[in-house]
Ligand binder design. Structure first.
Ligand code: L34
Length: 295
């Protein structure tokens, strides 16, 4: 079997077209323009490229966006003050602080400071709590993107054995929780593997769906999966540079090997990454509609 490629680029494009129409209508009917601010601390090249892509996409969809870049040695208090400023800015409906932050800044404190109504990343404990309870909230962008990819590709999750590799707050924990809920893209039986798991392959070989979010290049190999598995590769690892200085990317999955056994697989690049950015746009639209009392 050679796998069907689940294209995040194509799926993201389709969703962006839908969002563009909705954003234009919001402006026309209600004179509301969704506003997003991204805050990046420091100069990590990967973070820079993601944040730039977020602002470019926002612009292309008709979202007002502001890109703040702060020096790596900025104090925690200065960052908190800036967040407060945007909490009180009516033009801004969504605030995103790109992670990771430099070590001298307390990440939890920063995330707690963002007004939960403007927390378009869904990282504030209020939104995490609502998510776990299955209440209306902002879903974190990467897990949200994975759900959209699965449902729009027609992957049946109800009753499926899902194995999530990785237990981060950004991906592993939320996607595990969402997929066990009674919802589209959910109703699965979920197992979570991590660095202390004894026999990872014993779990992954049972899986109907594998979600790999570990940050170890090509960790999931063909011998670890069963025929017909659906593989969602969340890893975006920079494993080298081309002669022109462009980053060479690899996922957490050995794509060439695993695609021979899988029914469907996401590529890297062009898989989950573009979906993460698109879900941020969707959440920002949701934030603007909520602020205007439309939902
Ligand atoms: N606050 N921090 C906050 N929110 C997030 O949702 C993120 N994340 C993760 C890191 N920190 C964050 C992102 O934005 C990861 N992430 C992210 C976003 C986009 C892409 C990858 C990770 C992406 O577009 N990847 C492209 C390749 C881009 C490249 O050349 O590097 C892809 O096709 O996978």
């Amino acid at each position: 079997m050679t796998a069907k490629i689940i294209s995040g680029t194509e799926t993201a494009k389709a969703i962006r077209e839908e969002l563009k129409i909705e954003i234009a209508e919001l402006k026309e009917k209600h004179n509301v323009v969704p506003g997003l601010v991204t805050i990046l601390v420091g100069e990590d090249p990967a973070s820079q490229s993601y944040v730039t892509a977020k602002n470019k996409t926002a612009h292309a969809l008709g979202i007002h966006s502001e890109q703040m870049t702060l020096a790596a040695d900025i104090s925690e208090q200065e960052l908190l003050n800036l967040i407060e400023k945007y909490n009180n800015d009516d033009k801004i409906h969504g605030i995103l602080v790109q992670l990771p932050l430099p070590k001298h800044i307390n990440e939890a404190k920063v995330l707690y400071t963002i007004n939960p109504d403007k927390d378009v990343d869904g990282f504030h404990p209020v939104n995490v709590g609502k998510m776990v309870l299955g209440e209306q909230c902002y879903l974190p962008c990467t897990p949200h993107g994975i759900l959209e990819l699965l449902t729009r590709s027609g992957v049946k999750t109800s009753g499926a054995e899902v194995v999530v590799i990785g237990r981060s707050n950004i991906v592993g924990k939320p996607i595990s929780n969402l997929m066990l809920q009674k919802r589209d893209g959910g109703n699965a039986t979920v197992t979570i593997c991590h660095t202390r798991t004894k026999d990872m392959a014993a779990h992954t070989k049972r899986a109907d769906i594998i979600i790999a979010a570990v940050g170890v290049p090509k960790m999931v190999t063909a011998d670890m999966v069963k025929e017909g598995v659906v593989v969602i590769d969340v890893g975006v690892n920079r494993i080298g540079k081309t002669a022109e200085g462009k980053a060479i990317l690899a996922g957490d999955v050995d794509f060439d090997g695993v695609k021979e056994k899988a029914a469907a697989i996401t590529p890297v690049p062009g898989g989950v990454g573009p979906m993460t950015i698109t879900m941020l746009m969707k959440n920002t639209l949701q934030a603007a509609k909520q602020a205007a009392g439309l939902i």
